[in-house]
Design a protein around this ligand. Structure first.
Ligand code: ZN
Length: 136
């Protein structure tokens, strides 16, 4: 079963009530419609046929089958779980150096910050050198 807005404008109206999921961060199904340059815009792991919408939310294609939907959804889930596990600090006890590096990277996120740090250290070195000269 495959309906497109171009070839089946009448039949596709039966699916016009299906709206794309709203909100950012929604995992889309993304199964490509065979023979049409469109992808399923429904939520990942949805039931029923795949539906492609245009940017206005209008149904432009409806089709069944495609590549294993459930397997794809599971693979996505596995990838997401792996990513979550990597972010978990308790998962693989990082060394103190790694933690220091991470906190430094967080603190000095921009190039300006690093330049300021280098200038500050150079000034500090100069001041200490000058101070020691004064003593000597
Ligand atoms: Zn789909």
């Amino acid at each position: 079963m495959k309906l497109t807005l171009e070839h089946d404008p009448e039949s596709i109206q039966r699916y016009a009530h299906i709206k794309p999921p709203r909100g950012l961060g929604v995992q889309r199904c993304h199964i490509p419609c065979p023979g049409v340059g469109r992808q399923c815009t429904l939520e990942s792991g949805h039931r029923g046929p795949h539906v492609a919408h245009d940017w206005r939310g209008r149904v432009t294609a409806v089709w069944e089958g495609g590549r294993a939907v459930q397997g794809s959804a599971d693979a996505r889930k596995r990838v997401a779980e792996a990513a979550t596990r990597r972010d978990d600090p308790g998962a693989d006890s990082p060394s103190a150096l790694t933690l220091l590096g991470r906190s430094l990277a967080r603190r000095f996120s921009s190039v300006e910050d690093v330049v300021m740090l280098i200038l500050f250290l150079a000034f500090l070195g100069f001041a200490v050198d000058w101070f020691l000269r004064m003593l000597g």
